[in-house]
Design a protein around this ligand. Structure first.
Ligand code: GLA
Length: 740
C-alpha cells in the first residue's frame, strides 16, 4: 500500500518523462505509448513494480541524456509564445560569417528592432559540411537556440544554391553548362546543374540531414528550398532528358511534327535525338516546350528536397522557396504547386517604389497558391546590383512593407542584417553597418517591428478578396516576347495598363491563371493572353455563359497550346461567343486615333482591326484616320450574353483612355469601390476576415492627404476610433471595420 501510494505520483512522473522524451526525440506526442505503459504498471504486483520503475527511470534517464547530448535540445525561450505571431518581420542572418561571440550582440539588436524571425543557412553548405560526409550542425543549432532566447524564430534555408568547392571538385559533372558550351565554375553561386542526378542526390542528402536535425525544433517555423531558382544547363544529358520529356508529352514524332508544323524549313524530325534546345529563335513549339521542360525540371529539382524535408519535419513547419516576381525563367504556377506557401524577393533596385508595379507583383505571387504569401527578401534602403543603387527615401521602406501587407503578405524580411566583411555584396543595404552598430534606417525598421506586433491580431486570418481577376499565363508572356512584332511591345506593361486603373477602382485585383474557377469574379480581364489552351477557352466561355463579364485585350487567343496559330484568327475559339473577330493586326510606328465610348484617344504600338459577325455585337470605339486600313474601322466591340458579356479591346490606349475603359468595365459589371472618397495618390488595400475588414492605407503622393471615412473605424496602430485620417507622404494607416 505504501509502495502503491508512492508509486502513483512517480508513475505520473514516469509517464510525463516518457512522453517528453518521445516527443522530443520523434517530435510526435507519444501519449498512447505512455498510457499503455501506465496501464501495464498497474497490473504488476507493487514490489516488482518498484523494481521495474527504478530500472525504467534509470533507462529513461540514460536515454534522455543521450538524446539531449545528440540533439543539444533547445532551451526554452524567454519571449516565445506557442505559435509565431500572425504578421512577421524578419531578416536574413548569416551566423556562419561571424564569431559566435558576436551573435548575442546581433540578436539583441534584432530583438530591439522587433524582428520576429531570421532566415538562416541558405548559403552555408561549406560550414555545414566542410568535407564530404563531415556534418557540422552544432553551430546552426546554437544559432537557432540563441535566437530563440531573444524571442526570434528561424526559417531554415537549404544551402543548395551554393555548393562547396570540395563538391564541385569531386563531382564536376554537377556543374551546369552555359548555352555557349562553357562550364560554370566555382567562385560565384548557382554553378550547379538543376537536372543532374548526382547533384540531386547530394542536395537531397544535405536537405534531409538538416530536416532530421531540425524538423522538430520548436523554433524552426519553416523551410526555404534553395534560393532564387534561375540558372539552367545545356549539357548533352539535359538535352537527352528534354528529348525524353518531349516523347512523353507528344507520344509520337508524327504528332510532334504536326503540332509544330515542322515541314516548315525542313525541320521534320525522324528521331527524338535530333531535336535541339532553342531558347530564342527556334520553332515556337520548340521554344515553348523547352520552357515547359525547364519549369517541370525546377519542380522536380525542388520536389527532391521537399520530399526529403517533409519526411522528417513537423507539419507545422511550412516549406517554400523565394521566387522573383515577374522573372520569366520558369512557370511559377507549376513550381509553386508543391509548396505550402509562395514567397518572393521584392527589390526596387534603381529609383523608387512604383505602387502598381510592386503591388501587381505581390498579387501575382498571391495568385501562385491563391492565398497570402511572404516577402522573403526586401531591400533595407538600397541594393548593390542596380545601375544606380540609390536609397529609398526616409519612410519609404516602412511604406513599402505595409503596402506588401496590404496585398496579402504575412511576413516581410530584410536582406540582409549585416554585410559579410568580404564577398560580392559588400555595398548592399543592411540594418547594421560593418562596425556592427545600427545604420540610420534601423529605427524605421524598429518602428515596423512594433507595428507588426501590434497589428498582427487584427490582421490574423485576413486576406485580400478581389472582385476583378486579371488572367495571366507564362506561355503567353513568353510567346509575345519571342515574337514581339513591335520591339517596344512589353506584355507585362500591357497587363499593367489594365491593372493600374482597375486597382484604383476595385482596390484589389487577383492575378490568376485562366483555368482557375472564375465564378467569384464580377469582372475578368485577359490582356495579352496569347497562348490559349482548350481548357482555358472552355473555362472562359462557361464563365460568360454563367453571367460573367469578360474583357479580352490585344493579342488574345492568337496561338494554340503549342504556340501555333489558331485557325479562327483572334480570339480563337471565342470567335463565335464574341460574334466578331480580329481581321488584321498592325504594329504601329506612331499612335493611331481612336474615338467612341471612351472619348478621343490613341492606340500606341499596336492596333487590331475588328469586325462583327453577329447583329447584337456592338461597336463601341472606332479608329480615326491612320494608315488607311484602320480608318473608321471597329476598335472595341462588345456583346451581351444572357446576364454576362464579352468584349474585345483591340487598342492599347494611354493612361486617360485606360482609366475611362476601367470605369466602363467596372460600371457594367457592378464592381464597387470598398473604401470610397480616397484622394489620388493614396492606395487602399482591404484585407477581409470572417467578421471584420482591415483597410491598409498608404500615401504615395508627395503631399499630405486626408481620407474621410463614412463611419468610424478602429485605428489599429494608434488605438481608438477615427472618422478620418491624415497621412503625410509615405504615411500609413491601418483601419479595422467590423462587419455590419
Ligand atoms: C537576391 C538573393 C540574395 C542577395 C540579394 C541582393 O535576392 O537571394 O542572396 O543576393 O539578391 O539583393
Amino acid at each position: 500500500m505504501k509502495h502503491a501510494l508512492h508509486l502513483q505520483p512517480r508513475c505520473n512522473r514516469l509517464l510525463w518523462v516518457t512522453n517528453a522524451i518521445c516527443t522530443s526525440s520523434t517530435g510526435r506526442n507519444c501519449s498512447t505509448i505512455s498510457i499503455r505503459l501506465g496501464y501495464t504498471m498497474k497490473t504488476i504486483p507493487p514490489p516488482l513494480r518498484f523494481a521495474i520503475f527504478s530500472l525504467a527511470v534509470c533507462l529513461l534517464f540514460a536515454a534522455s541524456v543521450s538524446i539531449a547530448f545528440a540533439q543539444k535540445s533547445s532551451k526554452p525561450a524567454a519571449n516565445h509564445s506557442a505559435a509565431p505571431p500572425p504578421l512577421l518581420l524578419g531578416t536574413a542572418w548569416y551566423p556562419e560569417q561571424w564569431p559566435e561571440a558576436r551573435w548575442e550582440a546581433d540578436l539583441d539588436l534584432m530583438q530591439k528592432a522587433g524582428i520576429h524571425f531570421v532566415r538562416v543557412g541558405e548559403f552555408a553548405w561549406s560550414t555545414m559540411e566542410p568535407a564530404e560526409g563531415d556534418y557540422h550542425f552544432g553551430w546552426l543549432e546554437r544559432a537557432i537556440d540563441e535566437a530563440s532566447q531573444h524571442g526570434i524564430y528561424t526559417v531554415l534555408g537549404t544551402p543548395t544554391a551554393a555548393p562547396p568547392a570540395w563538391l564541385t571538385q569531386k563531382y564536376p559533372e554537377t556543374l551546369r553548362t552555359e548555352e555557349d558550351g562553357r562550364k560554370a565554375e566555382h567562385g560565384n553561386r548557382q554553378q550547379f546543374n538543376w537536372d543532374n542526378p548526382k547533384y540531386r542526390e547530394l542536395a537531397r542528402d544535405i536537405a534531409s540531414r538538416m530536416a532530421q536535425r531540425f524538423g522538430h525544433n520548436p523554433y524552426v517555423i519553416g523551410w526555404q528550398i534553395d534560393n532564387e531558382y534561375s540558372q539552367v544547363s545545356f549539357d548533352p544529358q539535359t538535352r537527352a532528358d528534354f528529348q525524353s520529356w518531349l516523347k512523353n508529352r507528344y507520344g509520337t514524332l508524327d504528332n510532334l511534327n504536326t503540332r509544330w508544323t515542322t515541314a516548315y524549313w525542313s525541320q521534320t524530325y525522324s528521331n527524338w535525338n535530333q531535336i535541339p534546345i532553342e531558347t530564342k529563335y527556334g520553332n515556337p513549339g520548340l521554344l515553348l516546350s523547352w520552357k515547359r521542360f525547364v519549369s517541370d525540371t525546377w519542380r522536380s529539382y525542388q520536389k527532391n528536397q521537399l520530399d526529403a524535408i517533409r519526411q522528417y519535419t513537423a507539419p507545422r513547419q511550412f516549406i517554400t522557396t523565394n521566387m522573383m516576381g515577374w522573372f520569366q525563367g520558369y512557370n511559377h504556377y507549376v513550381v509553386a504547386q508543391d509548396l505550402d506557401l509562395a514567397a518572393w524577393d521584392d527589390y526596387v533596385g534603381e529609383g523608387h517604389l512604383n505602387p502598381y508595379k510592386n503591388g501587381s507583383t505581390d498579387d501575382l505571387t498571391r495568385g501562385f497558391k491563391q492565398k497570402n504569401f511572404w516577402v522573403m527578401e526586401t531591400q533595407p534602403g538600397h541594393v548593390n546590383w542596380a545601375p544606380v543603387n540609390n536609397d529609398l527615401n526616409k519612410g519609404e521602406v516602412r511604406a513599402m512593407a505595409w503596402h506588401n501587407v496590404g496585398h496579402g503578405a504575412d511576413a516581410v524580411s530584410y536582406w540582409q542584417w549585416r554585410s559579410a566583411l568580404n564577398g560580392q555584396e559588400e555595398y548592399h543595404g543592411t540594418l547594421v553597418g560593418a562596425d556592427g552598430t545600427p545604420v540610420p534606417l534601423y529605427p524605421e525598421v524598429a518602428e515596423l517591428g512594433k507595428e507588426f506586433t501590434k497589428a498582427g491580431p487584427a490582421l490574423a486570418g485576413t486576406s485580400p478578396k478581389s472582385q476583378v481577376a486579371i488572367l495571366h499565363t507564362y506561355g503567353s508572356v513568353w510567346a509575345i516576347d519571342w515574337q514581339r512584332h513591335n520591339k517596344n511591345y512589353d506584355p507585362i506593361a500591357e497587363l499593367l495598363s489594365y491593372y493600374q486603373p482597375l486597382h484604383d477602382i476595385a482596390q484589389s485585383i487577383d492575378i490568376v491563371q485562366p483555368t482557375v474557377p472564375l465564378g467569384q469574379y464580377k469582372l475578368v480581364v485577359a490582356p495579352g493572353l496569347n497562348v490559349l489552351s482548350k481548357a482555358a477557352a472552355k473555362n472562359l466561355v462557361d464563365y460568360v455563359k454563367n453571367g460573367g463579364h469578360l474583357v479580352l485585350g490585344q493579342r488574345f487567343g492568337m496561338k494554340n497550346n503549342d504556340n501555333g496559330l489558331q485557325t479562327e484568327r483572334q480570339p480563337g475559339p471565342l470567335v463565335p461567343l464574341l460574334g466578331g473577330r480580329v481581321e488584321q493586326y498592325y504594329a504601329l510606328e506612331n499612335p493611331v486615333a481612336v474615338t467612341g465610348q471612351f472619348g478621343d484617344n490613341t492606340s500606341k504600338l499596336w492596333a487590331e482591326l475588328l469586325s462583327t459577325s453577329s447583329p447584337d455585337t456592338q461597336v463601341i470605339a472606332t479608329y480615326g484616320k491612320s494608315n488607311g486600313w484602320l480608318d473608321g474601322k471597329p476598335a472595341i466591340i462588345t456583346r451581351k450574353v444572357g446576364k454576362g458579356s464579352i468584349t474585345y479591346v483591340g487598342v492599347w490606349m494611354d493612361e486617360a483612355g485606360m482609366a475611362k475603359l476601367a470605369q466602363w468595365m467596372t460600371g457594367m459589371s457592378g464592381v464597387n469601390t470598398p473604401l470610397a472618397n480616397v484622394p489620388t495618390g493614396v492606395e487602399v488595400d482591404p484585407r477581409y476576415g470572417k467578421n471584420h475588414t482591415v483597410f491598409i492605407l498608404v500615401n504615395f503622393s508627395s503631399n499630405p492627404q486626408t481620407v474621410p471615412l463614412a463611419a468610424s473605424m478602429q485605428d489599429v496602430l494608434h488605438g481608438g476610433p477615427v472618422l478620418s485620417v491624415t497621412l503625410p507622404q509615405y504615411g500609413v494607416s491601418v483601419l479595422s471595420e467590423a462587419k455590419q
